[in-house]
Design a protein around this ligand. Structure first.
Ligand SMILES: NC(=O)c1ccc[n+]([C@@H]2O[C@H](COP(=O)([O-])OP(=O)(O)OC[C@H]3O[C@@H](n4cnc5c(N)ncnc54)[C@H](OP(=O)(O)O)[C@@H]3O)[C@@H](O)[C@H]2O)c1
Length: 290
């Protein structure tokens, strides 16, 4: 096996790419950077990174290039500028996208003679040094193993399996729960505030109640593996509960779109249950959507 240099290229310097460069430099890794707009390159050079003038130069500089772009479409725009510099290289694409886009991207990179692994960065925003931050990886185990040490400064690693789309399956699964939570928190705190009360007084209770979420996740994952949780009386109770939330928000002029969407699901499950003559869960409705 050839000796491995403690050096890497980072292609894409959005907030995430920049956080990665900082973490790598801090760990003593030599970093070469490329970005479409050059002001971001200069900021990283000021910290100790080397600038590549072209994508080809960034690929030539190291065996491994970390790609951190908005989506996989940007990878084609960027690596497409230097496909003849891909043979023999390793591309670790840590951009977010759908699992299918990640699989197609893996195929495309390999068709140009490079190895590929994909990653999903589960970070607290762009704070990859936060203790809760980690990165899902998927793709060929041997490619991950060969470069895990080099990539370790980016965050703790969770290798999931050989399917190139798997890191994105888990990453998007977690973001599926995060987005509505974030919006629901906006709605709840707007409602508290517009009702003339203190958000600071409310937050400790929000944290305390969230401590029951692991229990719900365990209970509902078991229920969902068995078709989902459903009792018609409970579905009707959730419909009524959603109505109370909507009124609490709308009474003080807060947008309750999210709660209307939740209520629509409960009502759909009630209607489906009545039609089927058995309890139909919201999980079942979502799972079997065409
Ligand atoms: N930021 C976070 O908190 C966070 C957390 C977890 C995961 N992620 C994921 O990590 C990835 C990177 O995040 P980010 O916040 O750095 O994303 P971002 O702000 O969208 O930055 C993306 C980078 O992509 C480049 N880019 C986009 N389209 C391009 C194109 N067609 N050709 C060339 N370059 C292109 C931008 O170049 P320019 O500078 O020239 O515009 C920039 O360097 C995303 O997939 C994101 O979902 C981000």
């Amino acid at each position: 096996m050839s000796e491995q240099r403690n050096s890497v290229s980072v292609i894409g310097l959005g907030p995430m790419g920049q956080a990665m460069v900082r973490a790598l430099l801090k760990a003593g890794v030599e970093v070469t950077v490329w970005n479409r707009s050059t002001a971001k390159v200069e900021a990283m050079v000021a910290l100790g990174a080397k600038a590549a003038a072209t994508v080809a130069e960034a690929l030539d500089a190291n065996e491994v290039s970390v790609v951190s772009l908005t989506h996989y479409a940007a990878m084609y725009d960027v690596l497409g500028q230097a496909v003849d510099h891909l043979p023999g290289k390793v591309i670790a694409n840590l951009s977010s996208d759908s699992p299918e886009h990640a699989r197609k991207g893996a195929e495309w990179v390999r068709s140009h003679g490079a190895q590929f692994i994909s990653g999903g960065v589960m970070s607290a925003g762009d704070n990859i040094e936060h203790p809760a931050s980690y990165i899902f990886y998927s793709g060929p185990r041997e490619v991950f193993d060969a470069h895990a040490d080099l990539l370790r400064p980016l965050s703790p690693q969770e290798y999931l399996g050989a399917d190139d789309g798997l890191a994105q399956v888990f990453y998007q699964g977690l973001l599926t729960t995060f987005h509505p939570w974030l919006l629901a928190f906006d709605q709840a705190t707007a409602m508290i505030s517009k009702a003339g009360h203190s958000v600071a007084q409310f937050v400790p209770y929000a944290i305390r109640s969230s401590e029951a979420y692991p229990y719900f996740m365990q209970e509902f994952s078991v229920a969902n593996e068995n078709g989902g949780w459903a009792e018609v009386a409970s579905l009707k109770m959730m419909d009524a509960g959603a109505q109370h939330i909507i009124e609490a928000s709308e009474e003080v002029g807060v947008d309750a779109t999210l709660s209307h969407a939740a209520q629509a699901f409960w009502r759909k499950a009630v209607a489906a249950s009545e039609e089927a003559g058995r309890a139909v869960s919201t999980y079942e409705l979502m799972r079997d959507a065409k």
